[in-house]
Design a protein around this ligand. Structure first.
Ligand SMILES: NC(=O)c1ccc[n+]([C@@H]2O[C@H](COP(=O)([O-])OP(=O)(O)OC[C@H]3O[C@@H](n4cnc5c(N)ncnc54)[C@H](OP(=O)(O)O)[C@@H]3O)[C@@H](O)[C@H]2O)c1
Length: 229
């Protein structure tokens, strides 16, 4: 890739939302790099080692990043479901939520924000969830997922403050995609009418296109409403 070409990176391209963001960005003339456990079967793509080594490859190739999106997330698996009550709290499930929903974004910021374009607007976005809003929590439950997304939002906010000093053109946001019919949400949707992953991806990309530097550090939904932390 030539020195001036701008890239977009998407993590979680095997997922409902991530795969659609990836294909939409491809149609928009970006050089898009997508990552998932499927594309990297021999690597743990959320480990510090993997992220560091990958960032070094981008440095070597002098690739500057215009858009970075992390669409990886975890809510349930064959062993665990989100907690309905305190008694359901389980150390392994809580750890897994933080290991997938929170810590990778911090590492991605550490290794990839230095590679974001500085001479024009660039965007680092992580897909969060409205249930991670502390002030919007009226229903309770889902302790681990809520806490892992609240912590993710704090990481975005905190790093946006630091990044304003080093890259004044970098916008960092958390995004709530709305309720979207994917593997992650499917068991919890019931008969509700929800967005398709393709609809959600289009809205997320529209949102990214309208973001300004003043928006950095904030938590938005897919319609660009600010969600209070
Ligand atoms: N769907 C909704 O209604 C909704 C609502 C609010 C927020 N969100 C958020 O939206 C984001 C995208 O989720 P989605 O709805 O598109 O769900 P999804 O289809 O289940 O996609 C989840 C993605 O995360 C990846 N992932 C999970 N665990 C991983 C691990 N240990 N290592 C590497 N990758 C891992 C999956 O990879 P594999 O394919 O390899 O498992 C997949 O690419 C998540 O952050 C989720 O929390 C979704």
């Amino acid at each position: 890739m030539s020195e001036s070409k701008k890239a977009a990176l998407v993590f979680g391209v095997s997922g409902g939302i991530g795969s659609n963001i990836y294909s939409n960005l491809k149609r928009k003339n970006f050089e898009v790099y997508g990552f998932s456990r499927t594309t990297e079967p021999n690597n743990n793509i959320i480990s510090e080692k993997y992220l560091k080594d990958l960032s070094l490859k981008f440095i070597e190739q002098k690739i500057k990043i215009k858009i970075f999106i992390n669409a990886i997330g975890f809510l349930h698996d064959n062993c665990y479901s989100p907690e309905k009550k305190l008694k359901d709290i389980n150390q392994e499930y809580m750890k897994k939520c933080f290991e997938i929903n929170t810590i990778p974004t911090a590492l991605m910021i550490k290794y990839f924000c230095p590679l974001m374009t500085k001479d024009e607007k660039s965007i680092f976005a992580s897909i969060s969830a409205k249930v991670g809003s502390i002030s919007d929590n009226y229903l309770g439950g889902w302790y681990s997922y809520r806490a892992s997304k609240a912590a993710l939002n704090q990481i975005i906010k905190t790093s946006s403050i630091e990044q304003k000093r080093v890259n004044k053109n970098l916008i960092m946001v958390s995004i709530h995609p709305g309720t979207v019919n994917t593997r992650l949400s499917n068991p919890f949707i019931g008969k509700k009418k929800v967005q398709t992953p393709s609809e959600a991806a289009i809205k997320i990309i529209n949102l990214l296109e309208t973001l300004t530097l003043e928006d950095s550090g904030l938590f938005f939904d897919y319609n660009k409403n600010i969600i209070p932390f």
